[in-house]
Design a protein around this ligand. Structure first.
Ligand code: FAD
Length: 419
């Protein structure tokens, strides 16, 4: 009996930054005589105000993410919206000790870039619209799934209408509250940091000179990232009970409080744009793999934004999964085969664990009020700054280039001969 024709090779649930990014990375892969057939199921339209992934936030893209987007030919669509980070300055409010990282010392054009999530999403959307083999099904939500030996069936709901679709491989990229993860019966471990991030655009008196500032304060970390028009993107972690008060302050009072915590490195902080807040928690799936299914991005791991690593980790998930699928296709293997997916999981586990440890370590060490811990962290900042190998390690971590790099991060296109 001929094998049943499946509706799609891959169904990606969640068309946020990571799901849409994966579709772009897979869109040009060849499966036999035709391109891979990909569907993206997304609950909220791209330009809707309620879209959780593409809002006014500005996020830091690592050097590795930049290289991956460059290899995929997406960077040219993002470059106008991206500001290079040439230096990073890490300090601890009210204490000695600081770490400085400079792109030129590390032989790179930039340590990373700051870009608006909306602009990244627009670049993904343009690419998806240009590819006939990628279908965006939106607004639609996954409501049920069945995993079989050789395929997965999903049920999706569009308004009042329910339908079923089949695929070889199902990818859950539907964020921290992933329905796909729940339907696969995968539990998560969550640690509420007791904090929320307040984000806003800030205009300082002095030019930012493309420096990203990371400052640890008694309430938590505060980052000011360089943006276009000499503005800075603020990510300010505060305890949950402070959020309402901070959001309701007048602009003058908010800027005065921010200046008091940040210091005067950028001169007076003269203007603040619209403020919004995001609750912060670490959540991590117990498993990122099931038969015929894999979880990536926030569905697999959602991090505190202190080190600007969440999406960057997701971009490396994208690059590694696309490489795994490309390798399976070149060997004429079923793309949902257990061995390939197992290799993908083992590869990603190390990077995911390292970044979670790094991020959580920063949050706990720098939020600890004990005097001894405070002394140690200051000595730590001095040691890191003075000891080049440790500093290089920190830089590699920040740039996302520690550990095994996917081909896309090394500038090698997945469909190129011999890749
Ligand atoms: C304040 C803040 C600052 C940050 N700064 C940085 C930074 O500087 N650098 C960095 O790398 N990261 C940063 N991050 C993290 C980054 O925003 C996330 O890692 C990234 O958005 C994760 O993308 P995702 O696509 O995995 O998940 P999401 O962005 O949550 O997207 C999930 C998508 O799935 C859709 N969806 C949900 N449920 C369903 C369903 N049942 N069916 C269909 N679709 C569904 C949603 O509508 C959404 O579009 C920051 C986060 C915060 C909160």
């Amino acid at each position: 009996m001929p094998a049943r024709q499946l509706d799609y090779d891959i169904i990606i649930v969640g068309g946020g930054l990571v799901g849409a990014g994966l579709a772009c990375a897979l869109a040009d892969l060849q499966s036999g005589d035709s391109k891979l057939r990909i569907a993206i199921i997304e609950a909220v339209p791209f330009r809707d105000a309620a879209q959780p992934s593409y809002d006014d936030r500005n996020i830091a893209l690592s050097q590795a993410s930049y290289r991956i987007f460059q290899t995929l030919g997406l960077w040219q669509d993002m470059i106008d919206a991206a500001t290079p980070i040439e230096s990073i300055y890490v300090s601890n409010r009210g204490h000695f000790g600081a770490v400085r990282l400079h792109a030129k010392d590390l032989g790179v054009n930039a340590l990373g870039f700051v870009a608006q999530t909306r602009a990244i999403g627009a670049a993904f959307k343009r690419r998806i619209e240009q590819r006939d083999n990628v279908k965006l099904i939106c607004p639609a939500s996954i409501t049920a799934l069945e995993i079989h030996n050789d395929h997965a069936d999903i049920t999706l709901k569009q308004g009042q209408h329910c339908s079923r679709l089949s695929c070889s491989l199902l990818v859950g990229a539907d964020g921290a509250k992933s329905k796909t993860r729940e339907l696969l019966g995968i539990a998560t471990q969550t640690h509420d940091h007791g904090q929320s991030a307040i984000v806003a655009n800030i205009t300082p008196q002095k030019p930012h000179n493309n420096i990203a500032y990371e400052r640890f304060t008694d309430s938590g970390p505060l980052a000011l990232l360089p943006m276009s028009e000499q503005r800075c993107a603020l990510v300010y972690s505060v305890w949950h009970n402070e959020v309402e008060g901070m959001l309701n302050l007048s602009d003058e009072a908010f800027l005065a409080q921010l200046s008091e915590r940040f210091g005067d490195r950028l001169g007076k902080l003269v203007k603040v744009g619209q403020r919004s807040s995001y609750p912060l928690a670490l959540s991590r799936a117990d498993r990122t793999l099931a038969k015929r299914a894999v979880l990536i991005g926030n569905a697999a791991h959602s991090l505190h934004p202190v080190a600007g690593q969440g999406f960057n980790l997701g971009v490396r998930d994208i690059a590694a999964l696309a490489e795994t699928i490309s390798d399976a296709l070149k060997e004429n293997l079923d793309i949902g085969n257990d061995a390939s997916l197992g290799t993908f999981r083992r590869w990603r586990r190390g990077d995911q664990q390292r970044i979670i440890n790094f991020t959580e370590g920063l949050v706990s060490v720098f939020s600890n009020p004990l005097a001894a811990v405070s002394l140690l962290r200051n000595l730590g900042l001095v040691a890191v700054d003075l000891f080049p190998p440790v500093k290089r390690l920190l830089a590699r971590q920040t740039m996302g280039i520690a550990g095994k790099q996917p081909r896309l991060a090394r500038g090698i296109a997945l469909n190129s001969e011999g890749s």
